[in-house]
Design a protein around this ligand. Structure first.
Ligand SMILES: Cc1cc2nc3c(=O)[nH]c(=O)nc-3n(C[C@H](O)[C@H](O)[C@H](O)COP(=O)(O)O)c2cc1C
Length: 208
């Protein structure tokens, strides 16, 4: 019985958002194939995600060193740790996010900042940084209206590349990835592109 965390970084209605369609397709297919697993959904647009700031930074630093915190620092650090503990407690993670303005939604950026904690998810050594998160199965579901798989557009893709870089930094260097792309750039083919992506999401979910 696995603990599975489904993270959604998009609050658009599903009929308008391919990301959300991928998320829902994957979620429903996964639940159908794994009825006994414990599934938790985290909608980053509904979550309490204050920007990473001085109180959070100082609070986390002080807690790590056993130094007394101010109430504001303690509150901010506790919040960050709640999300980190939830992430670390999951056996499997499904993260669905769009490419918006070449990058990720701000809510996801803030969430990823919470996860990057020295001593918990990574550490620095003489040989360089080492990721500390192991044995976690992760899949990334991304929709992007243009096509970024090839240069020169690939260099402008700072959404999937960014998330993969952060995950690799903390030790998750082999996530599965499903990208649906080009449905805005090629409107004549949009139905086929999205339809094939949703079918693939269903297949991947059954095997995840
Ligand atoms: C605010 C916003 C910004 C976007 N920026 C880009 C972009 O920079 N490049 C692109 O190819 N598509 C862009 N798109 C289109 C999305 O990539 C496309 O709608 C895709 O399906 C993912 O977003 P969605 O799940 O919200 O629909 C943008 C869409 C929105 C809503």
């Amino acid at each position: 019985m696995a603990q599975v965390l489904f993270i959604k970084a998009n609050n658009r209605p599903s009929e308008q958002s391919v990301t959300v369609q991928l998320y829902e397709q994957f979620l429903n297919a996964y639940k159908a194939s794994n009825p006994d697993d414990i599934v938790t959904e985290l909608n980053l647009f509904e979550a309490d995600l204050p920007y990473f700031d001085n109180d959070m930074m100082n609070g986390l630093f002080k807690l790590g060193k056993g130094i007394e915190t101010t109430p504001a620092e303690q509150k901010a650090a506790d919040l960050s740790n709640t999300y980190l503990d939830q992430f670390l407690g999951a056996d499997k993670i499904v993260l669905a996010f769009p490419l918006w303005n070449f990058t990720i939604p701000a809510q996801l950026l803030t969430y990823l900042f919470y996860l990057l904690q020295s001593g918990k998810t990574f550490k620095y050594t003489a040989e360089g940084p080492v990721g500390l998160v192991k044995d976690k199965k992760v899949i990334l579901l991304q929709a992007r209206g243009g096509m970024y798989s090839e240069q020169p557009m690939a260099a402008m893709e700072m959404s999937l590349n960014y998330v993969k870089t952060i995950l690799a930094f903390i030790g998750i260097d082999n996530p599965e990835v499903l990208v649906v792309e080009g449905h805005n750039q090629l409107p004549d083919q949009a139905q086929t592109i999205v339809g094939e992506g949703l079918k693939k999401a269903q297949e991947l979910a059954a095997a995840f």
